[in-house]
Design a protein around this ligand. Structure first.
Ligand code: NAD
Length: 492
């Protein structure tokens, strides 16, 4: 494993570009190790990248779809060939366990392949013959897409945008998060190299670059994944030039455990634990509040703690026994700890879960011991806010109606899950306000790239994945060919 700090570049018009200003990115498991440096691009760099994408759009949108698919398929092959090194780099800069990094790349490839396999069918003209001639519904590319992505799943949340946007004939400027920019930059470079210069560009930086990407008049669409507060800034920034938008935002996903859930079903309990603590809880669609029918609450808590103690093994992301790595950054550790402290201060009981495999390492890095919080109130910040870390509150409910009320009592509506007998769980799921509800599983375990994903309420707008995730990068262009060309009510 190479431990020399790596440097990454911006990509503008097919050329790599190294800036003067560079930000170090430390390894969250060993914060004294610098994994690499991310460039900080200027506003001028960003404008240049947008200009290039804008100029390239005219030719790229006319490029035959077979050629676009062929180029994307060779990019997929390049990523496959480089997966071990990319996964290793992702674990070093992000902190997620190696199996988790490999899983993220696997999902990215699955989606890119789905997009290649389906784009021709999804984008083909729909011709409708009717009583007044015919109408063709064509799917046009939109233009320059600004893609802005977060640190928690940097590769999958970038490729989820890059693949459909480019396949549909758009050009793009992508900005990854400065908190995990290294592995995703390698992936973007591999993809960009398979396309004509200017089709896929990448700049780095924080809000200054982000504001240009979301306000520049040459940008036609914003594809953003990140926090709800950032999305509010983006909507304001984009308002003057009325941009198309897909927003994938925060979640505070409820898991409802019904009275007929079998607390002795070890596999189901393991799935629930994973859906709380995978990637140290730093997933938008992780189950962040568990509501349990009061008739089984006591037994549930006992069995849940037992299952969590078995599955959670905290340590170095490269240790094969480790299931939970460190939190990505110190700011996040402090935030999650403040929610736990607040709940404890209000009288809740905090139970530590799992094993710490290396106490020395644990004390050096941005590690947190996973916890479950018992006795919190529905109004406590640990229940109301998106924790985005390795802790979860468990609360009892009186009956199904009460559970639905508690689950819907949130500004968010990304995913949710219902656990119990299938029919009963499906019935309850229909009353939950969420983009996706999973039955007897949750989080990425229930994700299927063939179907649309996205949030309701303040968890976002628009959908990624599935056919909708490709159509999101098109406008419907109606070509009307009427038989009766003159309107009868207009006087001669
Ligand atoms: P964030 O909102 O802080 O940052 C996301 C991106 O926006 C980064 O690239 C950041 O540099 C950029 N940015 C910051 N200020 C900006 C501005 N003013 N204009 C334009 N861009 C700006 O989010 P984060 O901390 O990186 O990620 C965590 C959040 O993302 C959580 O809320 C999580 O739930 C959410 N998320 C949602 C999904 C989903 O699919 N719904 C998936 C993953 C993460």
């Amino acid at each position: 494993m190479s431990t020399n700090p790596i440097k990454i570049d911006a990509i503008i018009n097919g050329e790599t570009y190294r800036t003067e200003k560079q930000e170090p990115r430390e390894n969250p498991a060993h914060p004294d190790e610098i994994v690499g440096y991310a460039p900080i691009n200027t506003m001028e760099d960003t404008i240049k990248a947008i200009d290039v994408a804008h100029e390239t759009f005219t030719t790229w949108r006319e490029t035959p779809i077979d050629e676009r698919v062929e180029r994307m398929r060779s990019a997929i092959q390049k990523i496959k060939n480089n997966t071990p090194e990319i996964a290793e780099l992702l674990s070093r800069e992000h902190g997620k366990a190696l199996y988790d990094s490999e899983g993220e790349i696997g999902v990215s490839l699955m989606w890119m392949e789905y997009a290649c396999d389906n784009v021709k069918e999804v984008l083909k003209d729909e011709v409708q013959d009717h009583d007044n001639g015919k109408t063709i519904l064509a799917k046009d590319a939109i233009g320059v897409v600004s893609a802005i992505t977060p640190w928690n799943y940097p590769i999958s949340l970038s490729t989820i945008k890059v693949a459909p946007a480019l396949l549909a004939g758009n050009t793009m400027v992508l900005k990854p998060s400065p908190l995990a920019p290294l592995a995703v930059s390698k992936v973007i470079e591999l993809i960009a190299n398979e396309f004509p210069p200017g089709v896929l560009n990448m700049v780095h930086g924080e809000a200054e670059v982000g504001v240009e990407l979301t306000s520049n008049p040459k940008v036609a669409k914003i594809a953003f994944t990140g926090g709800t507060e950032t999305a509010k800034h983006i909507m304001k920034s984009a308002a003057d030039t009325i941009k198309h938008m897909t927003l994938e935002l925060g979640g505070n996903d409820a898991a409802i455990v019904l009275s007929d859930f079998d607390v002795n079903d070890d596999r189901a309990m393991r799935r629930l634990v994973i859906s709380n603590f995978l990637t140290a809880g730093q997933i938008c669609m992780i189950a962040k509040r568990i509501y349990v029918d009061q008739s089984i609450y006591e037994q549930f808590v006992e069995k849940y703690i037992e299952a969590a103690n078995k599955w959670i093994r905290v340590g170095d992301p490269f240790d094969k026994n480790v299931t939970v790595g460190p939190v990505n950054n110190q700011k996040q550790v402090k935030y999650v700890q403040s929610l736990i402290d607040d709940a404890e201060g209000n009288g809740a009981k905090v139970v530590k879960l799992g094993k710490i495999l290396d106490q020395n390492l644990f004390e050096q890095g941005y590690f947190m011991q996973p916890t479950v919080v018992l006795g919190a109130d529905q109004k406590d910040p640990i229940v109301v806010e998106e924790q985005f870390g390795p802790t979860v509150p468990i609360l009892p409910f009186e009956n199904d109606k009460h559970a639905i009320k508690l689950a819907n009592d949130s500004i968010f509506g990304l995913t949710s899950s219902v656990w119990g007998k299938e029919e009963h769980a499906i019935e309850v799921s229909k009353h939950i306000q969420a983009g996706t509800t999973m039955i007897n599983t949750a989080a990425v375990q229930g994700l299927d790239v063939r179907f649309p994903f996205g949030g309701v309420k303040q968890s976002g707008m628009g959908r990624e994945y599935g056919k909708e995730g490709i159509l999101a990068y098109t406008d419907t262009h109606v070509i009307n060919v009427p038989e009766n060309l003159d309107l009868p009510y207009i006087p001669e």
